[in-house]
Design a binder for this molecule. Structure first.
Ligand SMILES: [Zn+2]
Ligand SMILES: [Zn+2]
Ligand SMILES: [Zn+2]
Length: 172
């Protein structure tokens, strides 16, 4: 469990780890299971995506989960709108920002191993098949095989957007 609350809906966020684009430790990011938004602490988005975030002057109506200061509009290189904190440089992406990003051409494929290990079947799968669950990442096959009541469509959509987004970061 993360120690961050979602800037959008104040839900306690859930931590995920993704491989960095260059050699180094895995990158931690925090995802909201409610709205599907994702928070990166300073430098984590750059480490995961190999892209920089530019801070703009305009403030948004959301607060930084680390500093409690208003987030600013920002831009991830490639022209994607994000929100970023002027003090700690953490960055928030809404689910729709990730959906927009995932439709773009991915960066050059990251070196090293790709994909994630499904929590349910233990097999390595591409991130494009990852679904975010309340406990971690599972593959599409395992999620759809469960007899649990189906998630509301917007949450199911956000769960698969997250996997596609991480795949996009990795250049899959
Ligand atoms: Zn949220
Ligand atoms: Zn901050
Ligand atoms: Zn699986």
């Amino acid at each position: 469990m993360s120690d961050r609350d979602c800037p959008d809906c104040s839900t306690r966020m859930q931590s995920f780890w993704v491989p960095p684009r260059q050699a180094g430790p895995e990158v931690e990011l925090d995802r909201c299971n409610d709205c599907g938004g994702v928070w990166f602490d300073a430098g984590e988005l750059a480490a995961a995506s190999g892209r920089a975030v530019t801070l703009k002057r305009e403030e948004t109506d959301r607060l930084c989960p680390a500093c409690d200061l208003p987030l600013h509009d920002g831009e991830l290189s490639g022209g994607v709108e994000v929100e970023t904190c002027a003090k700690c440089r953490g960055t928030f992406l809404e689910a729709r920002d990730m959906a927009a990003l995932s439709k773009r051409t991915p960066a050059k494929k990251a070196p090293g191993g790709t994909g994630f290990v499904c929590d349910a079947c233990g097999e390595r799968k591409p991130f494009s098949q990852a679904q975010a669950t309340l406990t971690g990442l599972e593959c599409e096959g395992c999620v759809s095989a469960k007899v649990a009541p189906p998630a509301p469509p917007e949450k199911a959509e956000a769960a698969s957007v997250f996997g596609k987004f991480v795949g996009w970061l990795r250049g899959e």
